[in-house]
Design a protein around this ligand. Structure first.
Ligand code: GTP
Ligand code: MG
Length: 197
C-alpha cells in the first residue's frame, strides 16, 4: 500500500490554511530533532520528501504530504527547542491545540521519543493535550540504532510507565530506526490498518 506515491502538499501556519478534510490523516509529533521528518522519508521511501536536518527547529510549519489518494501524513513542528523565542512557542502551542482538538479527520498521533532519552517533560505535556483532545496516540521510539539493547530496554520501560498515565495512549510501542529501516514496515502496517477502518 505504501508503494503509492507521496507528494508534498503544503506547509500550514494557521487553521485556515489546512487542506480540505476529505481524507483521513495521521500526524507525527515530537521534540525538535527526534527524527519526525526522517521517519516520514523512511515510511514513504522518498529521501528528500520531508526535509531532515541537524538544526533543531527546522520544520516550523505543519507540513502535509499525501500517501496515495486517501491519506495525509502530517509532519508537526518540533517542540521543546530551547532557543525558540517565547512568542513563537506560544503561537505554535495555540495552533497545535486547535489542530489536535479540531481536526475531525485525524485518526492517530504518533508521538516520537528518542531511544536514548525517553519521555521528557515536554512530551508529557503533549500527551496531556492529546488526552484532553481525545486523540489516540502511539509512541514511536526513534534512532534505535544509536543505543545498545540493554540501554534501550530501560528506556522502553520508562516510556511504558509514562504511557500508563494517559488514557489516550495506545499501549503498543513501535521501535524504529529511519537510518537502518528497523520498524518501518511495522509502522506502515499500523498506518494501513487505520486506513482500512
Ligand atoms: P525538527 O523538524 O527540527 O523538529 O526535527 P525532526 O524531528 O524532523 O528530525 P529530523 O528528521 O530532521 O532528524 C534530526 C537528525 O537526526 C538528523 O540529523 C537525522 O539524520 C538524524 N536521525 C533521524 N532519524 C535517525 C535514525 O533513525 N538514526 C540515526 N542515527 N539518526 C537519525
Ligand atoms: Mg522535521
Amino acid at each position: 500500500l505504501f508503494a503509492r506515491e507521496s507528494e508534498f502538499v503544503k506547509g500550514v501556519v494557521a487553521m485556515s490554511g489546512l487542506p480540505d478534510a476529505d481524507r483521513i490523516e495521521v500526524c507525527f509529533a515530537g521534540r525538535s530533532n527526534v527524527g519526525k521528518s526522517s521517519l516520514i522519508n523512511a515510511l514513504t521511501g522518498t529521501k528528500g520528501l520531508a526535509r531532515a536536518s541537524n538544526t533543531p527547529g527546522r520544520t516550523q510549519e505543519i507540513n502535509y504530504f499525501t500517501q496515495g489518494p486517501d491519506l495525509y501524513l502530517v509532519d508537526l513542528p518540533g517542540y521543546g527547542y530551547a532557543n525558540a523565542p517565547l512568542a513563537v512557542v506560544e503561537k505554535w502551542q495555540r495552533l497545535l491545540k486547535q489542530y489536535l482538538s479540531g481536526r475531525q479527520t485525524l485518526r492517530r498521533a504518533f508521538v516520537l521519543i528518542d531511544s536514548r532519552h525517553g519521555v521528557k517533560k515536554v512530551d508529557e505535556e503533549i500527551m496531556k493535550l492529546l488526552d484532553s483532545s481525545a486523540v489516540t496516540f502511539q509512541c514511536v521510539m526513534t534512532k534505535a540504532d544509536k543505543v545498545k539493547a540493554a540501554e534501550r530496554q530501560k528506556v522502553i520501560d520508562q516510556v511504558r510507565a509514562a504511557l500508563s498515565k494517559h488514557p489516550a495512549a495506545y499501549p503498543e510501542i513501535v521501535l524504529t530506526s529511519s537510518e537502518k529501516g528497523d520498524g518501518v514496515a511495522t509502522l506502515r502496517a499500523i498506518i494501513n490498518g487505520l486506513r482500512e477502518e
